[in-house]
Design a binder for this molecule. Sequence first.
Ligand code: PLP
Ligand code: COI
Length: 377
Amino acid sequence: MSGTVVNLPTQLADGLPLTVDVSAHPRSDDERAAILASPGFGSHFSDHMVLVKWDVQNGWHDAKIQAYQPFSLDPANAILHYAQSIFEGLKAYRQDDGTLASFRPEANAARFAKSARRLAMPPFPEDAFVAACDALVTIDSAWVPEGGEMSYYLRPFMFASESFLGVRPSNEYYFCVIGSPAAGYFSDGVQAVSVYASEDYVRAAPGGTGEAKCGGNYAASLLAQQQAADEGCDQVVWLDAIERKYVEEMGGMNLFFVYGKDPDNVEIVTPDLTGTLLPGITRESLLAAAGELGIRATERKISLAEWRDGVASGDISESFACGTAAVITPVGSVKARTGNFDISTEMGPVTAKLRQLLLGVQHGTTPDTHNWIHKIG
Ligand code: PLP
Ligand code: COI
């Protein structure tokens, strides 16, 4: 198919031509409409995917858009054994005027390149990352749902693809982008979530891979996440590896604490980036945008004890989690071996204001003063 029919580029970057092989079996309009009516999160995928190969001889090459389809993997493929894999998560939104846009894809491209370096993988060119996401949104634009909480979640990822059992960086990789229409991450909508502070396990230690978005971090988190679920909680909260005292982040989100109740004197505090937590793009966006709402924003260490005491004294009036998938979700209660505490079952006013600002910018209804919106098409 000619790339011009749906405004697809002929290359993802200089020297990386894109070929397009349109799916012969796209879902029907009715099938797609049924999925878009209730997409959930991460269960349904649009008709196409982007695939690019890398090897030592050719670098990045053979970029194509093709029908969404399974991989065929040799049992000795390094990814199955040594987990050399990284991923990103970002969203495209249907704007109120019907056009399509994504939120800060350049920031995801930069973080992806950084994750690649940490995992001894070849960084994917940042301009090609953005172009690959745009190309998938363009060809599968009918899969981008409309509405305030709805989006099309893009999942770029890269993995080792060489069949070799020696332990060293692979000599072959795949870069891939798939996309999924998405409603909220939590099935209860924006109800406050309950969290379990993990005092038995750690997610990341200094010098480890905590600030990289690599699959292994998530594999290592699952037992604690299961423990949280067994305790009746939605998410795990990670503490620092050395003192087991300071709050770092959640399973797939960063954390913020709201200090103060007086609307003219409110501060939001988030754990500082020590190298062991993911530098969330939502986190950074909130730190940058808070001032527009007259809210002071601070990055610093905060211990579980300070969180508990702050809630008890009323100094901390709200707590919330933030991330691409979760947007902004209030934290309602905390369980820990050292003592449980409740924050609120409702979303607080500061959380609500920040959530409205973020969603407004993402959907094109609030002025984009930071140039975060990336128009597609
Ligand atoms: N922390 C972890 C462990 C995550 O998986 C995510 C999600 O990407 C975040 C934080 C939030 O990052 P972002 O706001 O870039 O989505
Ligand atoms: C995201 O918000 O993009 C995440 O990666 C969180 C989770 C789905 C892994």
